[in-house]
Design a protein around this ligand. Structure first.
Ligand code: COA
Length: 320
């Protein structure tokens, strides 16, 4: 059976930096509170007119370059995003046209902060079954567009960015396993109530709303469980993990998962301070940071995990 190997990574952050001091000008908060409760110091915000597809394209081109792959070799594009450029076509189709690719499947996956793990899992299945050979998998978001910048409970947490990987079919792994879950009964705890099926003028709230402490508790317990599930499925133990690459929601959630794995924080790729929570972009951006600064080396075992609205949660175990 064919397996999917990560042959290149890339990421892109918009130029504009928004610090905690900048947010102090918008809502009643402080740099100290934000750093203490979340670990976030700053986040990037897309420029006016800069879209999710713009960010995705820059990350994708960097990943393609790192992989030494031409766009014409890509036979699948999957983008995890909750902040698509348009209702349709999908951001993946828009990107496909920009890359000059014509014909192979391209689609978006919507699983909020777990979007990249979902997209990676889908692409992995395509490669395992022989339906695709070289896949471009992206997490890209402009969360700043769905944030209520007057709501201090949420506006301090999120940022914009994109991360990408190129997967190629190989006889040796690669992606060892992926594990996806969802439980829609918690939808109300983390959501953007507005949508389209009620029509443009139905008056529903278009901004992200969250019950932070409930989300926090659920995130910690589900991520602990998925760590066990992933290791058990592969007959591996905690000591085998070289790097934890978690969804960068919050330092305290990262630390709780690391504790569960008995991994020192030096073995966790942590971009919370500089990126904030970039939803589906956070895991592939952290992966790219670790690869490019030389911490992540070929042959090492990587555990990727994420949790987000839905609720959705998932993991991927990768022999890099
Ligand atoms: N600045 C200052 N004070 C703030 C604030 C802010 N930005 N946001 C909330 N507060 C206040 C609250 O109003 C509350 O005040 P009160 O005690 O007078 O009512 C106090 O801080 C404590 O609020 P609480 O929500 O209990 O804080 P917390 O310790 O749970 O931290 C979060 C809040 C949001 C940081 C935390 O709940 C969290 O990280 N949740 C998970 C968020 C997440 O990762 N979501 C995405 C998952 S993909």
């Amino acid at each position: 059976m064919k397996r999917a190997r990560v042959i290149g990574t890339g990421s892109y952050l918009p130029e504009r930096v928004m610090t905690n001091a900048d947010i102090e000008q918008l809502v009643e908060t402080s740099d100290e509170w934000i750093r203490d409760r979340t670990g976030i110091r700053e986040r990037r915000i897309a420029a006016e007119g800069e879209t999710t597809c713009d960010l995705a394209e820059k990350a994708a081109r960097r990943a393609l370059k790192a992989a030494g792959v031409a766009p014409r070799d890509i036979d699948l594009i999957v983008i995890g995003t909750t902040t698509a450029d348009q209702i349709f076509p999908s951001t993946a189709c828009l990107l496909q046209a920009r890359l000059g690719i014509h014909g192979p499947a391209a689609f978006d996956v919507q699983a909020v902060c777990t979007g990249f793990i979902y997209a990676l899992s889908v692409a992995d299945q395509f490669i395992r079954t022989g339906a695709a050979t070289t896949a471009l998998v992206i997490g890209a978001e402009t969360m700043s567009r769905i944030i209520d910048w007057k709501d201090r409970d949420t506006c301090v947490l999120f940022g914009d960015g994109a991360g990408a990987v190129v997967l190629r079919a190989d006889t040796k792994p690669g992606i060892l396993s992926t594990h996806l879950h969802a439980d829609g009964k918690h939808a109300g705890l983390l959501q953007v109530p507005g949508g389209i099926s009620g029509g443009y003028e139905d008056g529903r709230d278009p901004y992200l709303r969250m019950q932070g402490s409930e989300v926090f508790k659920m995130a910690v317990t589900t991520l602990s469980r998925i760590v066990d599930e992933t290791l058990e499925a592969n007959g591996l133990s905690r000591e085998d993990i070289d790097w934890l690459i978690p969804h960068q929601a919050n330092n305290r959630i990262l630390a709780a998962t690391a504790r569960k794995l008995r991994l020192p924080m030096e073995r966790v790729i942590n971009t919370v301070a500089e990126h904030g929570n970039t939803s589906a972009a956070s895991v592939p951006m952290a992966l790219d940071v670790g690869v490019r600064d030389g911490r992540i080396e070929r042959g090492q075992l990587l555990l990727l995990e994420a949790f987000g609205g839905g609720f959705t949660w998932g993991s991927a175990l990768i022999r890099y």
